[in-house]
Design a protein around this ligand. Structure first.
Ligand SMILES: *Cc1c(COP(=O)(O)O)cnc(C)c1O
Length: 366
């Protein structure tokens, strides 16, 4: 058949292995997944209460405009309803942006390592991908500026960055946005924004008002604990949203997902609770890494990328045998490192003690 040339040899996204599969593979009763940065505490109890009453009519199509959720998000952020676009997860928005702006002959600039969907989608559209190496896990915005030329359509800034967990500071972003040509869209992917507590990171909403060529991406998949419902959204000026909207599939969120997202958004006390628990969990990892003398990136997220001084695929396999699914840095552009989602206090403690065993076996720790 006449496949697009770009998809020859392309591989599907390799997600963290599902819990049930790992249980069967190794005959384990309990498996903990710390691989995909989901919220270990799940979603707000209000979502669970809503789901139990189960009165939704699933025979009808959802509201393609997500009106109620749109109103809730607009009120929460203090933006106009017309400044929002909803996606089937922010993955969907990445695909929509790519489809609207990238094609053979144009290029797109991103950090390396960063979120794989940026380059994956760009390659499908046949655009040239320009990966700019991070410095100490942080975006090198100067070099990213230099990589921009007259054929650049989209620049991706992932802050906090997946997989390193680092942020772009407000001062850095200000300087960067001033210099990016006004016809280049800057995508500010903020999937982990709810976890950020560094004062160097200020309210980024002001940027989409200040710059027509900025879109912010946020999601209900991480801190809100609703990954399975697939809801993400973009915030940009009206004319940008109006350009992207026709590229969106007409019913890209389900009825249920729109409802639970709105309910979860209301419960900010729950998000605050998760943020605090995450801080404590992060400290468990940081303390451990420092004790073992292993390098880690300062994380502003619910995961930590840290050095294992061993083959990261081996460590990944060995930890899986012990009932913990994590991500090998080798798969994320950070060989020699592992990326671990911060779990509950108990999960973190168990994980770290088992990791100590593995690194002992690997001859890393004495
Ligand atoms: C998880 C993640 C996403 C995708 O989230 P969904 O809303 O579930 O599609 C986007 N960007 C980054 C950086 C992520 O880590």
């Amino acid at each position: 058949m006449k496949w697009k040339q770009q998809i020859h040899g392309m591989k599907a996204y390799q997600p963290g292995k599902p819990i049930e599969e790992v249980k069967k593979m190794y005959g384990l009763d309990e498996v903990v997944k710390l691989a995909s940065n989901e919220n270990p505490f799940g979603s707000s109890p209000k979502v669970k209460a809503f789901l139990q009453q189960g009165e939704t009519n699933h025979a009808i199509y959802p509201d393609g405009y997500a009106q109620d959720l749109r109103t809730a998000v607009a009120n929460h952020l203090g933006v106009k309803e017309t400044e929002l676009i909803f996606g089937n997860g922010s993955d969907d928005l990445i695909a929509i942006i790519t489809r609207a702006l990238l094609y053979p002959g144009v290029n797109t600039v991103m950090a390396d390592p960063s979120f794989s969907q940026y380059w994956h989608n760009a390659e499908i559209e046949g655009a040239e991908v320009r990966k700019v190496p991070c410095i100490e896990g942080r975006h090198d915005l100067e070099a990213m500026l230099e990589a921009i030329d007259e054929n650049t359509s989209v620049v991706w800034v992932c802050s906090p960055n997946n997989p390193t967990g680092t942020i772009v500071t407000d001062a850095e972003l200000q300087g960067f946005l001033k210099q990016v040509p006004s016809d280049v869209l800057v995508v500010l992917d903020e999937a982990y924004i709810e976890y950020v507590n560094d004062p160097a990171h200020e309210n980024t909403l002001k940027y989409f008002r200040q710059y027509e060529n900025v879109i912010l991406l946020r999601t209900f998949s991480k801190a809100y604990g609703l990954a399975s419902f697939r809801v993400g959204y973009g915030i940009a000026q009206e004319q940008t949203i109006a350009k992207l909207d026709p590229v969106r599939a007409p019913f890209n969120n389900t009825i249920l997902s729109q409802k639970v997202a709105a309910i979860a958004l209301e419960d900010q006390a729950y998000i605050e609770h998760c943020r605090e628990a995450n801080e404590k969990g992060k400290q468990q990892f940081v303390t451990w890494c420092e004790k073992q003398g292993l390098h880690y990136y300062p994380s502003q997220t619910n995961f930590v990328l840290f050095e294992v001084k061993a083959d990261s695929n081996t460590v990944f396999e060995e930890m899986m045998k012990k009932g913990f699914i994590i991500r090998s840095g080798a798969a994320l552009g950070a060989p020699g490192y592992i990326r671990v989602t911060i779990g509950t206090e108990e999960q973190n403690a168990k994980f770290l003690s088992l990791l100590e065993e593995v690194l002992y076996e690997q001859g890393v720790l004495a």
